[in-house]
Design a protein around this ligand. Structure first.
Ligand SMILES: [Ca+2]
Ligand SMILES: [Ca+2]
Length: 207
């Protein structure tokens, strides 16, 4: 059975804690075999936002870059926007919403379809974990497993036009640090204002 865990399920999932994502289609790489820390950077065009749906108001949030580092202990990334963003907890009209999806084993046969696909895009991923970009009023956002709905809160900083997220790599089990990623950006008053990337997904890989 394919399970689709998305925001309406997060409320009940919070506090479960166990992500249990170590059961991938192929045997996970032991952490002992860590291949070394690395950095990554991807760009998305400026001004490529999607049209507003009927009844929606407000300017689109335009994501322009995803960059970060993968170390043996921590996965840190910065999601950069063309204009300032604000956290969900601020209650502002321009507060950030949306999903960052991770295909940990780079396999479409495990996990669920990406949120990108649910909103009309095509990420071609089997999402194993996703971040819901709504903060919880304490500077944290939920990282949710599509395998079992378990979730943990991870540290998020909203700084002008940048979202900075740090995730302990232990939450990814024994994964080797290489994965696929895609995102759909919402604003509080608009759904799907930008896809990252516009088609398909980015591959986070050691150079
Ligand atoms: Ca963009
Ligand atoms: Ca997968």
């Amino acid at each position: 059975m394919v399970i689709h865990y998305r925001p309406w399920m997060v409320v009940v999932a919070l506090g479960v804690g166990a992500l249990a994502c170590s059961t991938s289609a192929t045997a996970p790489t032991p952490i002992d075999d860590w291949g070394g820390d690395f950095a990554f950077s991807f760009v998305d065009p400026v001004g490529d936002t999607l049209p507003a749906q009927s009844g929606e108001a407000g300017a689109a949030l335009d994501v322009v870059r995803l960059e970060g580092t993968m170390t043996a202990s921590t996965f840190t990334f910065r999601l950069v926007f063309a204009t300032p963003i604000s956290a969900w907890s601020t209650g502002r009209d321009d507060r950030l919403d949306g999903f960052v999806d991770f295909d940990i084993d780079a396999s479409t046969t495990t996990g669920s379809p990406s949120a990108v696909d649910l909103f009309g895009g095509s990420a071609a991923m089997g999402t194993d974990l996703f971040l819901l970009l709504r903060d919880d009023f304490t500077g944290a956002i939920p990282l949710v497993s599509t395998r079992n709905g378990g979730s943990v809160l991870v540290n998020a900083v909203f700084a002008d036009s940048v979202l900075i997220v740090s995730i302990p790599r232990s939450f990814f089990g024994n994964d080797d640090g290489e994965m696929s990623v895609a995102a759909v950006i919402h604003r509080a008053d608009r759904k799907a204002t930008d896809f990252l990337p516009n088609m398909d997904h980015f591959d986070i890989r050691r150079p």
